[in-house]
Structures are given as C-alpha cells and as structure tokens.
Design a protein around this ligand. Structure first.
Ligand code: AMP
Length: 328
C-alpha cells in the first residue's frame, strides 16, 4: 500500500491512475479500522482498481473537544488492516495539511440544509458542516470515483449523497450495509470505550430497531407509535439513556403522517459516557385501502404472529422486511 500525506500528491496520483485506465474507489474513515470499515474497503476493491482509504480524524466535525481527544488512533494497525482488505493507497494527512489555517476554521465550509437540522444534526451542532466540508474536500482531491459509505451513519450517507448531487461532483456515492456483532450491536470505534456492563446493555439499540420493525410488520403505520415502542425498549435498559428513537421517511429524514415507502428507523443513546447510534430500514408498500387495513387488523387481533402479516397492502409476507439497501 502506498502511503500519501500530501493532498496535492494524492490528486496527482489518482489522475495518473485514471489516465492509465483505473477505476478509483474512495473509502473515507477516521481510522481505528474495524470489520465495518473492512467491508467498505473490500467492496471498493471488488469494484475498483485503485482503492484509496483515507485516515483523518476531522476536528471540524467534533463539537466536543473531549470526544476528539478520546478518539482512538492506531495508524500502524490501520495501515495493515487497509492493505489486507485491498487498499492500494492510504491517505493520512495531518490536520495542517487539510486545513492550512488550523486552528482557525477554514473560510469556506459546506452546509447542507434540511437534512442536517434533525437527529444527529440537532444533537451535535456543527457536526454535519464538518462532515460535509471534509467530504467535499476529499471528493475534490479524489476526482471522478466511487465513494463508499456505511449505512451505519445513515444521516451522514444522506448528507453526502445530497452534497455530491447538489454540487455536481463526479462521485458515485455507494451505501454499504452495517456490520454487526453477533448480538446485533453495530460495530463502531466507540464500542471500545464501553465497560463490560455497558457493552452488554448496548445491544438494546438493535433490539429496539427489531421491536420497531415488528410493529411495522404487524401493520402499525403511525410514526409516533413505532417510535414509542422503540423508545420504551431502550428506556427499559437501566444503563442506557435514550437520545432519540424515530421512524422517518428515508429520503427526507422526517416522520410522514402515515408510514409508507422507504422508511428508516433510527435510534441514538448514551451508554456511560459513550454515544451510540444505529438504524435499519424497510420498504413498505403503498398505503392500502382502509377497508383492507381494517380486515388485516381484525385478523391480526386473532392469532397471527408478528412476521406473518402483510407489509403494506399486498399479500401476506412471511419474510423479515426487506432491508432498504443502497442507502453516513
Ligand atoms: P468512521 O471512521 O466512523 O468515520 O467511519 C468511516 C466509514 O465507515 C463511514 O462511512 C461509516 O458509516 C462506516 N462504518 C462505520 N461503522 C460501520 C459498520 N459497523 N458497518 C458498516 N460501515 C461502517
């Protein structure tokens, strides 16, 4: 793997590789690589010839200096993990190389309106401006490429897709599924900061999403009620403090009047001092006609177990809801 720290050198190298016919894949990360990051790199390596993994803990996206200071850093191990997963280039600039005026903030930043006012944006002021600014810089340096982001950070993925489209950047944004521990906890660099008891309690986030999905499968279409059952699940766990639990439209990230189409369930909570987020998605059929809805509710009130009812207005569906797929 070729290690590059100079932004201009990265741009020059990728121009040369594209000139030689390579497809370029970009995997932005903040390091402390785990199997979630590895899955993104492997996907990029399967689809591209030159694969750049960026390792940069972006100070602009941290609202809390303590969180920035505590962020885990393992550059040597990251280099080995990235190379083994198929990276051909490791871009690891210093803060000064990315932001020459640092610690003064850059004069130009990127703000994506609408999508960033809610959820993580409401809880972490300035966070998405930091994300949008660094991602735009990385896209500018990388040039024409495919860029791989995890659905784990679903709102981030939505923000990145929007900025790439709005600014006509020559980047195809690819969303990748969340990699989880056996008990369902989404892999995150922050998990290493959990105590043993906190680690066990943290699995409640996945359980809350499952409870939300089951209520959708059972025909619930009221976003507040779905959010309520998820919130109750999290609040039952003594060591976990709920930040939010929502059922929203996957494109707007706002709750519709009635849930239909691409729906995303998202939760955020604190376990000890560690803030964790998770989400899952489902595609619901178009709103069914009210009489069919009433018939289904009646049959549900009978004995039908959750998971054997229709999703949307269609035929009974015995599968888990389909993951919405394709969609930081
Ligand atoms: P980070 O280093 O936390 O900024 O994450 C870098 C990229 O890895 C982002 O696109 C994340 O969404 C993605 N990512 C983080 N955790 C996971 C996971 N458990 N599964 C899949 N992708 C992930």
């Amino acid at each position: 793997v070729r290690v590059i720290d100079d932004p201009a050198a990265l741009a020059g190298h990728l121009d040369a590789r594209r000139g030689a016919g390579d497809r370029v894949g970009l995997v932005p990360t903040m390091g402390a690589l785990h199997a979630g990051h590895r899955s993104l790199i492997e996907r990029a390596a399967a689809e591209c010839d030159t694969v750049v993994v960026t390792l940069f803990v972006n100070p602009l996206q941290f609202d809390d200096p303590a969180d920035l200071g505590a962020y885990p850093r393992h550059p040597d191990r990251d280099r080995a993990v990235a190379a083994q997963a198929g990276a051909t280039v490791l871009f690891a600039p210093s803060v000064e190389q990315m932001y020459p005026g640092h610690p003064a903030p850059p004069a130009t930043t990127v703000h994506v309106t609408g999508l960033t006012d809610v959820l993580e944006g409401a809880s972490r002021p300035g966070h998405f401006d930091g994300v949008a600014t660094v991602v735009t810089k990385l896209f500018a340096l990388a040039g024409r490429c495919r860029a791989y982001f995890g659905e784990k950070d679903f709102q981030q993925l939505a923000v990145v897709r929007r900025l790439a489209a709005d600014l006509s950047l020559p980047v195809e944004v690819v969303g990748c599924p969340t990699v989880r521990e056996p008990d369902g906890l989404a892999l995150s660099s922050r998990n290493a900061r959990l105590t043993d008891a906190g680690r066990e309690a943290a699995a409640v986030l996945r359980r809350a999403l499952d409870v939300g999905l089951v209520s959708l499968l059972a025909g619930e279409r009221d976003p507040d009620r779905v959010a309520g059952v998820m919130a109750d699940t999290v609040m039952d766990e003594r060591l976990v403090t709920l930040d939010y639990a929502v059922a929203v439209d996957a494109d707007t990230l706002r709750p519709p009047v009635t849930l239909h189409g691409d729906i995303r369930l998202l939760v955020a909570a604190r376990v000890g001092g560690v803030r964790l987020i998770d989400n899952d998605g489902v595609r619901l059929g178009p709103p069914s006609d009210p009489s069919a809805e009433a018939r289904r509710s009646a049959s549900l009130a009978g004995a039908s177990p959750a998971g054997t009812v229709a999703v949307g207005g269609g035929e009974p569906d015995t599968r888990r809801p389909e993951p919405a797929g394709g969609g930081v």
